[in-house]
Write a protein that binds this ligand. Structure first.
Ligand code: 1GP
Length: 256
C-alpha cells in the first residue's frame, strides 16, 4: 500500500516539482541549534525532515522527534543508520536496502529483524534502494556498512544498480555520497540515473551550496537532502529552499 508521503513524492515527480529535505542527526545537532533550524525550515517551507545518522551514540532520537513535532507539521522521515533507530514518533521510515554494497545484512538481514516491528507500527514504510557513491573521503556510512562506494566516474554502475532496484520493486532510489562528503554526487551521474528510472530519485551527501542543489534538481534529482552544511549554517536552509523553489517555478511557467 502506498502511503501519503510516497504518494506526495510520486505526484511531485509527475509534475516535475522538486522537494527539499533537511537531515537532522540527533547526535550532532545541539538542542539549542535545533530551534534555529526549525525556525528556518518552517519559514523556507521545507518539505520533509530526515532524522537519523550512521552512528547515533546518545539516546536522543525520541526527544528530537518530539521537539520537532511540537513545533511544526513538517513530515518526519526516519533515515536509520541501523535497526535500533526506530520510533513511532516519526511519520515514515526509509526502509533502506544498501544495493550498491554486497553486505547481506544491509541488503536483507536487518530487514527481516525489523519487519515485524514495522508491520505493527503506524509508520509509513518506504522501500528505498540506497546507493553509496564515493564522496572523496571515507565516510561513516562506508566504514560502518563495510561496503565499497561506487566510484564517481562510474555512472554506468550506478544506473544499472538503480534500474535493478526499481525492477526489484523498490519505491525510491537514494544516491548518497555520504554525510560530509568532500565531493557531492556528480551532476552527470544524477542525469544518467534519473534517465534510467521512473521512481523518485533522492540525492544527498556533501551538498553545501544552493547552486549545487539547483544543478542537481535540473539534472533529475526529485528530492535533495542536506545535513552537515545546515548544521554549520542554518541560514543555508533559506538559500537552498530558494534555489529549489526557483527550479519549480521555472517548470510551472513552461507547463501547459
Ligand atoms: C547523508 O545525504 C545525507 O546521508 C546528507 O549529507 O550531511 O553531507 O549534507 P550531508
Amino acid at each position: 500500500m502506498t502511503g501519503p508521503i510516497l504518494t506526495d513524492l510520486q505526484l511531485a515527480k509527475a509534475n516535475k516539482q522538486k522537494k527539499f529535505a533537511v537531515l537532522i542527526d540527533p547526535d550532532k545537532l545541539r538542542l539549542s541549534r535545533m530551534e534555529q533550524v526549525l525556525d528556518w525550515a518552517i519559514k523556507a517551507n521545507v518539505d520533509y525532515f530526515f532524522v537519523g545518522g550512521s552512528l547515533i551514540v546518545n539516546d536522543m532520537l525520541d526527544q528530537c522527534l518530539s521537539q520537532i513535532k511540537e513545533q511544526c507539521s513538517i513530515p518526519l522521515i526516519l533515515f536509520p543508520g541501523n535497526s535500533f533507530q526506530l520510533s513511532y514518533r516519526a511519520d515514515a521510515i526509509l526502509f533502506l536496502s544498501l544495493i550498491s554494497g554486497r553486505n547481506p545484512e544491509l541488503l536483507i538481514g536487518k530487514h527481516v529483524i525489523t519487519a515485524p516491528f514495522l508491520k505493527l507500527s503506524p509508520l509509513e514504510v518506504i522501500a528505498t534502494g540506497y546507493i553509496l557513491i564515493d564522496g572523496g573521503v571515507p565516510t561513516t556510512v562506508s566504514y560502518m556498512s563495510n561496503t565499497i562506494p561506487i566510484p564517481q566516474n562510474k555512472s554506468d554502475i550506478a544506473l544499472c544498480t538503480a534500474m535493478a532496484g526499481e525492477m526489484l520493486g523498490l519505491k525510491t532510489i537514494y544516491l548518497d555520497a555520504g554525510s560530509g562528503a568532500a565531493q557531492p554526487v556528480a551532476t552527470a551521474m544524477i542525469e544518467a540515473v534519473a534517465g534510467a528510472i521512473d521512481i523518485p530519485l533522492i540525492v544527498g551527501g556533501g551538498i553545501r551550496t544552493p547552486e549545487k542543489a539547483y544543478a542537481n534538481v535540473k539534472a533529475g534529482a526529485d528530492l535533495i537532502v542536506v545535513g552537515n552544511a545546515i548544521e554549520e549554517d542554518p541560514n543555508l536552509i533559506l538559500e537552498i529552499a530558494g534555489a529549489i523553489h526557483e527550479a519549480n517555478a521555472s517548470v510551472s511557467k513552461t507547463m501547459p
